[in-house]
Design a protein around this ligand. Sequence first.
Ligand SMILES: [Ca+2]
Ligand SMILES: [Ca+2]
Ligand SMILES: [Ca+2]
Ligand SMILES: [Ca+2]
Ligand SMILES: [Zn+2]
Length: 486
Amino acid sequence: MQKLILCALCAFCFTAYTYAQNSGPPFEEMDRCGTTENDERLKAVYPGYRINRENIERFIRENQHLREVIDGITIIPVVFHVIHDGDAIGTNENLPESLILAQLDQLNDDFRRTNSDAGNTPADFTGIAADVEVEFCLAQVDPDGNPATGINRINISSLSGVDLADCWDDDYIDANIKIPTIWNSANYLNIWTVVKIQRSSNCANTILGYAQFPGGPANTDGVVLRATTVGSIANPNPNGGDFALGRTGTHEVGHYLNLIHIWGDGDCTVDDEVADTPLAGDDNTTGSPCTYPGPNSCDEGAGDLPDMFMNYMDYSDDECMNMFSNGQKTRMLLTLLFARTDLVNAPCAPECPENRVLSGTLDGTYWAGNSITTSGATTIPSTNDVILEAAGTVTLSSGFSTTGNAGLYIGFVNCASSPLTIPDSSLMHGLDAQIPEGLERLQHESRNSGRDMKKWFLQEMLRQTNDQVELPPEETRRIQRNFRNQ
Ligand SMILES: [Ca+2]
Ligand SMILES: [Ca+2]
Ligand SMILES: [Ca+2]
Ligand SMILES: [Ca+2]
Ligand SMILES: [Zn+2]
């Protein structure tokens, strides 16, 4: 099932590029993804992991309504650990910065549906093709609070026990490469690029990438990519063959945000826990020219559609992939809400776009690079949750009001270009004086991890819209993310 079987065109593809040193076997023999095997291994080793996975699934199933409170763009800080064996920077697996930036671009394009090949999505699926509203930035601060580039080059000679002659399967990479190099996985998406990833079963050097689903051990959390897959449509990896456009990264980050394969890793009786993706009986390894319709592996009766082989979570060639679905988007956003809460408390360089003046009825998230001010009659109705996040000041003017069980969160995020100082007592007192009717007390949290970040928030911000839902206290911390408004 994992094996990629390509078409007769491969004879052409095979001669169209040359391999770098250590780049592995011919691409028609590659395994698209090792995530499922890694998942099975972790379930066998860590009993708690299986329970975590079940809890996350239950949360997603029972809290679809919370999708509504996630508004605006979520920005995830990324660190690329470029693992090499002494090659000059930009050579072989010691990837040039240009390819790493290209991969970051492709992630952003694919998750925001600004990918240049979005027009290839078949009409059957354009209605559900999603702007996931998640973006990625290179981490600007390391876990010790020092300025960083988000690119961390590591010579394996500095890693004890790592040898290119060893079998680099998921277990080996986790233990010998990830654990010694990881940045706190609660706060960063760690992506390791490596020269080879080998199958556990026979050490074949064929796996393009693998991810760890949420709920696993913190010290191995992240995504591993074969170095030859790192690139983009605009800047393909010269050694990547059919997998040069960065879609391995998109696929694996999809797993990292809890997506499972489009065919649910099973036959037509097993789905992918996403309602708007058609059932599929197995993976598709569709290659050029990516003709739609392709296979239709399961008959779902009325309204049946062919397989969505162009979904990032199938096994098609990079050039045939071009979409996530709305259902996949919901699954990823709810995962961020429940299982990757602190990830988005990001030491990225925040953008600093503007001052904002709000009035009328508020709902959702409002972000401003400098200040947010309300003007005249401004209301949060009892059914709404509102997040005001600014790099400067937030001022609730005299016409501001709330009704009933409205939720309000006010946060401040430092902006790299305009260092933030908040006069604690004065601002707290200023806000204290303005706590509107129907809202509970303000809490103050101060964080200093490389930048000033001070947040005030109201308890019970997450209004309980469903009495059966018991969110753990940490859920209020979902707000510690880099929100910005569209
Ligand atoms: Ca090398
Ligand atoms: Ca299936
Ligand atoms: Ca489905
Ligand atoms: Ca079908
Ligand atoms: Zn996969």
